[in-house]
Design a protein around this ligand. Structure first.
Ligand code: ACO
Length: 181
């Protein structure tokens, strides 16, 4: 991973990926808060610049803790998962939460989202002994629902009425992780 640029260098590209694909957007400091507090849990998928890096090469997936110098060009983020641990779980059980996930249109249906999710889920279990992982998804988001429910095995816990700013309802979903410790 030392051939990859730092997370801070990638932040604008992560934010672009978010803004391009989702109406739920965040200040840069919120991405930084995730990276500083739970550096194991968030991942990016990147494509390297045409001329490559000064040190190292290759497209791929990297953890947010990755650091290193590049030849002046930063790679493009084509997918990310932004994840955290629930800070004050009401039931007292450690659990992870997917804050945001997206993949650029040009790179969809290649298994990137599935891989990002599985990497984050494993890190939640191994680094934080997470009992489960939770997330919210729009009821109309059939692509994400298929990914979560059919590919990854999430279950719908409940419907949260008017969860989104535009009034759409959300499925609150979760997936057990305690078998991965
Ligand atoms: N239609 C139906 N099923 C789909 C679709 C789709 N358009 N996209 C993915 N899936 C399902 C399929 O079962 C797929 O397996 P298959 O390709 O073998 O059939 C499986 O998910 C895995 O697909 P990936 O290739 O890993 O998914 P991708 O990298 O294309 O990313 C994502 C999926 C993240 C939903 C992408 O479409 C996207 O970025 N959408 C816009 C942003 C978004 O909706 N993000 C999720 C919001 S919820 C949240 O952030 C917690």
């Amino acid at each position: 991973l030392s051939s990859y640029p730092s997370y801070i260098d990638l932040l604008p590209s992560i934010q672009t990926c978010n803004i391009t694909n989702l109406p739920e957007n965040y200040f840069l400091k919120y991405y930084l808060y995730h990276a500083l507090t739970w550096p194991q849990l968030s991942f990016v998928a990147i494509v390297r610049p045409r001329n490559g890096y000064k040190h190292g090469s290759g497209n791929g997936l990297a953890g947010v803790g990755a650091a290193g110098d590049v030849s002046g060009q930063y790679p493009k983020v084509v997918g990310y998962v932004l994840a955290k641990m629930e800070e004050e779980p009401t039931d007292g059980k450690q659990h992870g939460h997917i804050t945001s996930l997206s993949v650029m249109r040009t790179h969809r249906r290649l298994g990137i989202a599935e891989r990002l999710m599985r990497m984050s889920q494993r890190a939640m279990a191994e680094s934080h002994r997470a009992n489960f992982v939770s997330l919210h998804v729009r009821m109309s988001n059939t692509a994400a629902l298929r990914l979560y429910r059919d590919t990854l095995g999430f279950e719908v816990e409940k419907v949260e009425s008017g969860y989104y700013a535009d009034g759409e309802d959300a499925y609150a979903m979760h997936l057990k992780l305690d078998h991965m410790w």
